[in-house]
Design a binder for this molecule. Structure first.
Ligand code: HEC
Length: 166
């Protein structure tokens, strides 16, 4: 019997093992990207690493996500800026990212403890998702020491005056 393309596809679809290979590869990639996107969103990474994200109630399209922000975070530690995670992930292999994230410690307000506690599968998914974001964007401003005033806009943490003897 001569099989045309349609009968081959139909015959193939009837055999679970036959479609299993091809679709598992495609679905595996898609679901990992989907998981990475989910982590960026619920892990709060966009809140600081995406310009205008919290100010707009999260109304920033995905093609602008995680490019870093020039909003300064000023406190006793100086002024920090959430870096561009697209550029950052480009420089790190997936394995190096998993290692780095496990031990990463930064100045405030980065919640590095959340990254330290993230599962390996979640870290890998996040890396893949960030790498899938195409346009790299530019670097965020560099850290400023406490005696250097940042240009606006910046957030300032004002602590209560320290109590004598404490
Ligand atoms: C509250 C704001 C905030 C949130 C939320 C946040 N970050 Fe950050 N992140 C920062 C800031 C600010 C820095 C820079 C810290 C410094 O200069 O020491 C930073 C630094 C980093 C670094 C280190 C980059 C380097 O050059 O060493 C990584 C990686 C990172 N963030 C990833 C993430 C990921 C992934 C998430 C989500 C799970 C996240 N951040 C959530 C503000 C934030």
């Amino acid at each position: 019997m001569r099989m045309n393309a349609i009968t081959v596809a139909a015959g193939c679809a009837a055999v679970a093992a036959c479609i299993g290979v091809g679709s598992a590869v495609a679905a595996g990639t898609d679901s990992q990207l989907e998981r990475g996107r989910y982590i960026a969103m619920i892990g709060g990474c966009n809140d600081c690493h995406t310009a205008n994200f919290f100010q707009s109630g999260g109304q920033v399209p995905e093609n602008e996500w995680l490019k870093g922000d020039s909003l300064g975070w000023r406190g006793p530690w100086g002024t920090t800026f959430a870096p561009n995670l697209r550029l950052y992930m480009q420089k790190l292999s997936e394995d190096d990212w998993v290692k780095t994230a496990r031990t990463l410690k930064t100045r405030p307000p980065m919640p590095w403890w959340a990254l330290n506690a993230m599962s390996e599968a979640d870290l890998r998914a996040l890396h893949r998702f960030v790498r899938s974001l195409k346009e790299p964007g530019s670097s965020a401003p560099a850290y400023l020491p406490p005696d250097k005033a940042p240009a606006p806009p910046y957030m300032q943490l004002v602590l209560p005056p320290s109590k004598p003897g404490k």
